[in-house]
Design a protein around this ligand. Structure first.
Ligand SMILES: [Mg+2]
Length: 275
């Protein structure tokens, strides 16, 4: 049966501190040689993921901004996506068929601005900060920070009082506006309530089913925003976080793999590679 891997990037495929992919690189190429697609499923933007797709010679579809949209290279499937997906809008952008599950960036920004005004909370996203500040907070270099700030469907809260009581109120106000706010480990992401990584994985899995029949789906993640992804696949794996702990989950079907971030990722990848 064909296997397909859906993977988070930050802290899972990529090193949590320096975003390096050196640990996973040779396993990624081994998977490619065995025609096992690795599908990125991350809070990262299209522009950011394009960088890593190019670096790792990945030509597969990818899921951006925490499940807000699925990008499928035109011609990837032997059918038009728009003919098979009827629940969501499908548009064509820069050689991709794009399934949009989330909200527009302007709706998300308006929601944040209104909610933080109402609860009187100081919170800053990419749009509120200078490139220099973004670089200091994210430890991204200039061109990487610019890619992260180029957003279509979601906003990331980079700075502000997330531990305060007011933050709960702020989150509730977002929910009232049909938005959601989830933690990706380092930062919270705000986006349309109708989208999460799990829904995006389900939409894409259906397309793979049309092409290949039954497939085996594998998911890898490290944070709370990966839970819907890990529950949408046949077998979900949690890698260890920086401090050696795993995300606290009730779901016993999700396996905890030993190895921090990419180290754990490689273990799962190697178990799928046949010699
Ligand atoms: Mg992560």
């Amino acid at each position: 049966m064909k296997s397909i891997i859906f993977t988070d990037l930050d802290g899972t495929l990529l090193d949590f501190q320096n975003y390096s992919y050196s640990v996973v690189e040779s396993s990624v190429y081994q998977l490619q040689a065995q025609f096992i697609p690795v599908i990125f499923c991350s809070s990262k933007t299209k522009t950011e993921q394009q960088y890593y797709r190019k670096a790792l010679h990945n030509t597969h579809p990818f899921i951006v901004e925490n499940g807000s949209a699925v990008f499928i290279p035109v011609g990837y499937f032997p059918f038009r996506t728009s003919e098979k997906v009827t629940d969501y809008t499908v548009t064509e952008i820069d050689g991709f068929e794009v399934i949009v599950l989330g909200e527009t960036f302007s709706k998300v920004r308006q929601g944040i601005e209104q909610a933080r005004r109402e609860v009187d909370l100081q919170l800053w996203g990419y749009t509120d900060l200078s490139l220099k500040e973004i670089m200091e907070i994210t430890h991204l270099e200039s061109e990487f920070a610019q890619r992260a700030a180029t957003r279509d469907f979601s906003e990331t809260l980079l700075k502000g009082g997330k531990s305060s009581e007011k933050f709960k109120e702020f989150q509730e106000l977002l929910v009232a506006q049909n938005l959601s706010c989830v933690s990706g480990g380092k930062f919270h992401t705000v986006m349309g309530a109708g989208s999460d990584k799990g829904r995006a994985v389900q939409v894409l899995t259906k397309l793979f089913n049309i092409q290949f029949g039954r497939i085996q789906t594998i998911g890898l993640g490290d944070s709370a925003n990966d839970l819907p992804l890990l529950q949408a696949v046949d077998q979900g794996f949690l890698v260890q976080r920086q401090d050696g702990s795993w995300l606290d989950v009730d779901d016993e079907s999700i396996q905890k793999v030993k190895g921090v971030g990419p180290e754990g990722w490689v273990k799962v990848a190697q178990s799928l590679i046949s010699v």
